[in-house]
Write a protein that binds this ligand. Structure first.
Ligand code: CU
Length: 285
């Protein structure tokens, strides 16, 4: 989901997605629905502008697609989102994200590629003396992350070290499964190599949805950000803070005593539906 891109800066971001349209639907009246977008958007299909809304973060976007724009087979949807303050992104509910042509309908929820518009980073460069956007983000934000002690203390000398990074532009972890023995000390190194903010939250077995839904609600909670979008509930076992691009955090814990599949998700509102993995806890030999 892309309900909120999580990019904590004001600027322009492009979202892209490819969809397949059957040739039988090409002659039919077609619309694209994207729900609410914060703040302004321009929607292109195969390079043709089909609609846009200026500075209205509540309006539900529904645009007619002129005939001749859709083609049989692969079609590219590109959404240019400009955010001029506060949070930004595509906020629609899953059901509000779709493209329809006659009887044919395809959901637009799920994976989108995204990138910051290059012009924006050029501006940023000129203002901030040739620093890369990544550097800029790092320097602009106060590093509140406790990296912890890098040296192993007694308790963690035998810890299993697991490193998980984020995949750039994909809202995903690079590792979606790892195995640890029950009760074993774990040192989970989480590195944010994407340019959006993310965290990593391990939940009890089977509680991914419950925690994810609670996290989504925190988007509207004035204390949500302060609490790193981690819901206060017993279903949450271990959690890192929300970390900025280029930051890294170490989460130390003992694996649960009970073997099972423990989900981990990013609880930045909207991310958990695609940003997830599983920690498999197995019995020691
Ligand atoms: Cu995330």
């Amino acid at each position: 989901m892309i309900e909120d891109a999580g990019l904590q800066m004001d600027g322009i971001i492009w979202f892209r997605k490819n969809i397949e349209v059957p040739s039988s639907s090409l002659a039919k009246a077609a619309t694209i629905s994207l729900g609410a977008i914060d703040d302004s958007d321009k929607v292109y299909i195969n390079g043709t502008l089909v609609g846009g809304t200026e500075k209205d973060y509540l309006a539900h976007r529904v645009y007619k697609i002129p005939s001749g724009v859709l083609k049989a087979g692969n079609n590219t949807i590109a959404v240019r989102v400009e955010d001029t303050g506060g949070g930004g992104g595509i906020w629609g509910k899953k059901e509000q994200l779709f493209l329809k042509a006659g009887q044919f309908s395809v959901s637009l929820a799920g994976d989108w590629k995204y990138e910051v518009e290059s012009d924006y980073s050029k501006n940023a460069k000129s203002v901030f003396e040739d620093k890369s956007l990544a550097q800029l983000l790092v320097e602009t934000y106060i590093n509140e992350v406790d990296l912890g002690s890098e040296s192993s203390s007694d308790g963690t000398a035998n810890a299993v070290v697991i490193t998980i990074k984020t995949i750039k532009n994909e809202m995903k972890y690079d590792l979606t499964e790892f195995v640890v023995e029950a009760g074993k000390a774990v040192e989970l190194v989480f590195e944010n190599t994407d340019f959006m903010q993310h965290n990593l939250v391990i939940t009890k077995v089977g509680e991914k949805e419950k925690v994810g839904m609670a996290a989504d609600k925190l988007a509207m909670d004035p204390n949500g950000e302060e609490n790193n979008y981690v819901p206060e509930m017993s279903e949450v076992l271990f959690a890192t803070a929300i970390i900025n691009p280029e930051e890294r955090v170490v989460l130390r814990f003992n694996a649960p005593k009970e073997p099972g599949d423990y989900p981990y998700i990013c609880t930045f509102p909207g991310h958990w539906r695609i940003m997830q993995g599983v920690m498999k806890v197995i019995k020691p030999d």
